[in-house]
Write a protein that binds this ligand. Structure first.
Ligand SMILES: [Zn+2]
Ligand SMILES: [Zn+2]
Length: 131
């Protein structure tokens, strides 16, 4: 018989669920690094630099598909890379993402505006040949 009280109780429950989900998400994100370090030898997958507990913070867990939420238990989406190689890997990915778009625009725009004029000229030539 107290609607206000009920509503307050429900919203409190909602907050708790969200907070719990957030905490679990953080734990999962930190957990994948621990799991990857247990699964793989502490060696950079690119430059083969070896790591120990002393410099382990320079070894990063890279996600092959760049999706940090994709953490399969078998580690198939993880790759251990040193800071430098990890940086390079992401730099290359950025360039790969950018290049196809710029290639298309730079390749088609200069050529793209002339063919229409040439086509028009050709059509006119054809007409003249026929006529
Ligand atoms: Zn490396
Ligand atoms: Zn990465």
């Amino acid at each position: 018989m107290n609607p206000k009280n009920t509503r307050h109780h429900r919203s409190e429950n909602g907050d708790t669920i969200i907070a719990t989900a957030r905490r679990e998400g953080d734990a999962r994100n930190q957990g994948y690094r621990e799991r990857a370090l247990k699964l793989y030898p502490w060696i950079c997958g690119r430059c083969s630099r070896e790591f120990t507990r002393v410099n382990l913070h320079e070894l990063t867990v890279h996600h092959r598909d760049h999706d940090h939420d994709n953490n399969p238990a078998d580690g198939s989406n993880w790759e251990l890379l040193c800071l430098y190689c990890h940086d390079n890997e992401h730099q290359r990915q950025l360039e790969n993402d950018r290049n196809p778009a710029t290639d298309i625009t730079t390749a088609t725009v200069p050529r793209g505006h002339k063919p229409f004029a040439e086509l028009k000229a050709q059509l006119q030539d054809d007409k003249q040949d026929d006529g």
